[in-house]
Design a protein around this ligand. Structure first.
Ligand code: UDP
Length: 324
């Protein structure tokens, strides 16, 4: 049996590869263009069960060939990181729209079970906390590139569910909520690796805005085991799920906790959003998943709390040479 993991050299993808190696006896093919993925995410692997293909998900014939040889597909390759997306909107749109279309079209040929990674970004600036899968989406103007990413991910979801309805493709869509953990880099703007790096260096922690915004940080180990379990559960096929931890935290609290757990002398500075991103940037205030559908379908939910996440990130950070 062969599993294709697109984006397998990325942060979440490489953890999924680790999980599949431990929990199954399947061989794994990784498709990654190493734009945000990295060799260092895979360098710990000592196995002949993993093949890595350096290629782009926008290459339809390459995607079709790899999927023809696969029994299962996890499609995690995407343009990621709010900062990067805002800076390269066109590249992000093309990767996320064309790439997913290529994967779904190829998977539909043999009805190959496929997981499509989506994002809590699809809820936009909705204030209906916590977000349930069938809630309304609330987006801003097309002048703000952030909503281009949300729109592309939402279009991916429509495509996935369309392929299930019209072609019988066994597909699961997972909306990831702030997935964090060891190996995540701060290069693309993600807050936890950024804060941990700042705290360990004794630099000020840069909280954007007033820091009262709320996020639900989810350990990557929970995210990948739930991803695997959902695609292995026939009742989940054709459905969209929130994959996120209950128990949200404010960014101010996060900064405080990082300083405490690293035993750092760093201070906290607040930086206006316009300075951190650009003038058209809109920041959603609160992101929290309703996970009743996840619980009802697989009988479990993410387990790691914020302290466990931070301890794992800090231990990993102090253990290895920085790649940033
Ligand atoms: N953030 C911050 N300082 C940073 C990076 C991010 O205060 O150096 C904030 C960001 O504005 C957001 C939250 O932390 O409110 C989470 O940001 P991230 O980019 O990790 O994920 P997002 O929820 O924006 O997708």
């Amino acid at each position: 049996m062969t599993v294709l993991v697109t984006g397998g050299a990325g942060f979440i993808g490489s953890h999924l590869v680790d999980h599949l190696l431990t929990e199954t006896d399947e061989n794994i093919t990784i498709l990654d263009n190493f734009s945000t993925g990295s060799d260092s995410n895979l360098s710990h692997l000592e196995t002949d069960r993993v093949d890595t293909v350096d290629g782009d998900i926008r290459d339809a014939s390459l995607v079709a060939d790899l999927i023809a040889d696969a029994d299962t597909v996890y499609h995690l390759a995407a343009a990621v990181g709010v900062k990067r997306i805002v800076e390269n909107p066109l590249d992000s749109l093309r990767t996320n729209l064309e790439g997913t279309k290529n994967v779904l079209e190829a998977a539909a040929q043999d009805a190959t079970p496929t997981f499509i990674a989506s994002s809590s970004e699809v809820y936009g600036k909705s204030e209906a906390i916590p977000f349930a899968e069938d809630d309304d989406r609330v987006y801003g103007s097309t002048a703000s590139p952030r909503w281009g990413y949300a729109t592309a991910k939402a279009a991916d979801e429509f495509l996935a569910v369309g392929f299930q309805k019209e072609h019988g493709l066994p597909v699961v869509v997972g909306r990831y909520f702030n997935i964090v953990g060891p190996r995540q880099t701060g290069q693309y703007g993600m807050v936890i690796p950024t804060f941990v790096k700042q705290a360990l260096a004794g630099d000020d922690l840069t909280v954007y805005g007033d820091g009262t915004q709320i996020r639900s940080f989810t350990h990557v180990a929970d995210a990948v085991s739930i991803t695997h379990e959902l695609l292995s559960t026939p009742a989940a096929h054709g459905e969209v799920f929130n994959i996120g931890a209950p128990g949200p935290t404010s960014i101010n609290n996060l900064a405080k906790r990082v300083i405490e757990l690293t035993d750092s002398d760093s201070a906290i500075t607040h930086i206006p959003f316009e300075e951190a991103y650009d003038e058209d940037f809109e920041e959603p205030d609160a992101r929290e998943p309703d996970i009743s559908k996840l619980r009802a379908t697989i009988g479990r939910e993410p387990e790691a709390d914020l302290d466990r996440i931070l301890r794992d990130v800090i231990a990993n950070r102090t253990d290895r040479v920085s790649i940033e």
